[in-house]
Design a binder for this molecule. Structure first.
Ligand code: HEM
Length: 394
């Protein structure tokens, strides 16, 4: 029995972190939502927020709750390396005043994208990704190469940027091996050099995301290292999360092939599948916050230094957020989700991510739809991760 006097199901995840890569974490999340607003997990030594209203409160308390522990702004394993330099500049990973300065430019540039044009460009890039590589790798290549293209990289550089990005994001996980950390630093150095070259072209190529970010950062006569790192950060933010969204959308279609019929590959239909997947089985299951000072959240006093695990995927299935939340419904009157965060650090790339994922699906379906039944039988597992849900197809 567990602390709520429920029988412990042997198929339940061992804890709310390993839930992200469990075959079916949703009963575990439902049990957590029935518990206290913030539940102390002794094994992980952190507080767990699982209900939508509590997740929102935690993410809105950005004065007291920060994205990194005060004592370790950059993970120890990469401090002093090129990867550490990039990490230290990312608005996603920091709450410093200097970081806040870049946020509006990134938000406005992403909000200004013409998503129809993005879909057309992303589809063209995705269709050129070679079909010989395993599907589980293609999930990454299609959206990453599309964002590299949007930023202004030439077609012949896209595959290389994709490889560097895969190496670089490996260092963002606490599960990274020393070899991965070394490769990540080499990749970070190369990426920064490439972004420097791209940004040095004056004026930057019209219509690119790079030109839009630079225009929104007007006043910076010289492009700073921190802005360059945040441009590279647009690729890191795309990489794992969008790969997972594409993969989990494919799984939704494999589980329920009848979804394909009314769509027959239409753009709006695929967009609806992707958006419902982002709610129902998202690629980012959790994020964390760290108390910089004592604070009370949902009636629970937290001490300075306490950590909170914020279960975004659980919040998406909270019946208080969406009616009938366990049902996969591409058409919903008012779909609400917290899988892209909330408050100051909320994802400015949500619409872009869904567009990239829909374009990737459009490119993947002609290649793989005929194999869906066989793929469902072969099955899939999830890449080792503490927060991402990214399938590996067997
Ligand atoms: C399915 C794909 C994606 C998911 C699930 C996702 C999810 C998230 C989440 C949950 C956060 C907030 C984390 C936190 O508060 O702790 C975030 C932040 C961010 N995302 Fe995304 N994201 C995705 C794709 C993208 C894309 C394509 C871009 C841009 C190209 C992007 C750019 C960013 C940036 C810049 C931030 C930091 C915002 C800030 O701190 O001000 N994301 N994302």
């Amino acid at each position: 029995m567990n602390e709520n006097n429920r029988p412990v199901d042997i198929d339940m995840p061992a804890d709310p972190v390993s839930a992200a890569t469990h075959a079916d974490p949703y009963p575990c999340y439902a049990a957590l939502r029935d518990g206290p607003p913030l539940a102390w997990n002794e094994k992980l030594r952190l507080w767990v927020a699982s209900r939508a209203d509590v997740v929102e409160q935690v993410l809105l308390a950005h004065g007291a709750l920060r994205v990194r522990p005060a004592a370790e702004p950059v993970p120890r394993a990469i401090v002093g390396s090129p990867a550490g330099e990039v990490f230290g500049h990312l608005v996603r990973m920091n709450d410093g005043v200097a970081h806040q300065a870049h946020r509006p430019a990134l938000q406005r540039a992403l909000a200004g994208l013409d998503l129809n044009a993005v879909h057309v460009a992303a589809l063209r890039v995705a269709q050129r990704v070679p079909g010989q590589q395993p599907l589980s790798d293609t999930l990454f290549s299609m959206p990453v190469q599309a964002v590299a293209h949007l930023l202004g990289f030439a077609d012949d550089a896209l595959a290389q940027v994709d490889r560097w990005m895969r190496d670089f994001v490996a260092c963002l996980s606490p599960l990274s091996t020393p070899e991965q950390l070394e490769r990540a630093s080499a990749a970070a150095g190369e990426l920064m050099a490439r972004f420097e070259m791209l940004a040095a072209v004056a004026p930057p190529r019209h219509g690119t995301l790079l030109a839009a970010v630079l225009a929104e950062s007007a006043g910076d006569a010289r492009v700073s290292r921190s802005l360059l790192a945040n441009l590279a950060g647009l690729l890191t933010q795309t990489c794992d999360a969008t790969a997972g969204l594409v993969g989990n959308s494919l799984i939704a279609l494999m589980r329920e092939p009848s979804l394909l019929r009314p769509l027959s590959g239409t753009r709006n239909g695929l967009q609806a599948i992707v958006e419902e997947t982002a709610r129902h089985d998202p690629s980012v299951h959790n994020t964390r916050r760290f108390a910089a000072e004592a604070v009370t959240i949902a009636g629970t006093p937290l001490a300075a230094g306490d950590a909170v695990l914020v279960l975004l995927a659980s919040a998406n299935r909270d019946p208080a957020l969406n009616p009938d939340p366990d049902r996969f419904m591409p058409v919903r009157a008012r779909r609400r989700m917290l899988g892209f965060g909330h408050g100051m650090h909320a994802c400015p790339g949500q619409a872009l991510a869904c567009t990239l994922a829909a374009a990737s699906l459009e490119a993947l379906l002609p290649r793989h739809a005929a194999d869906f039944d066989a793929q469902r039988l072969r099955g899939w597992s999830y890449r080792p991760s503490v927060n991402g849900r990214i399938p590996v197809f067997h």
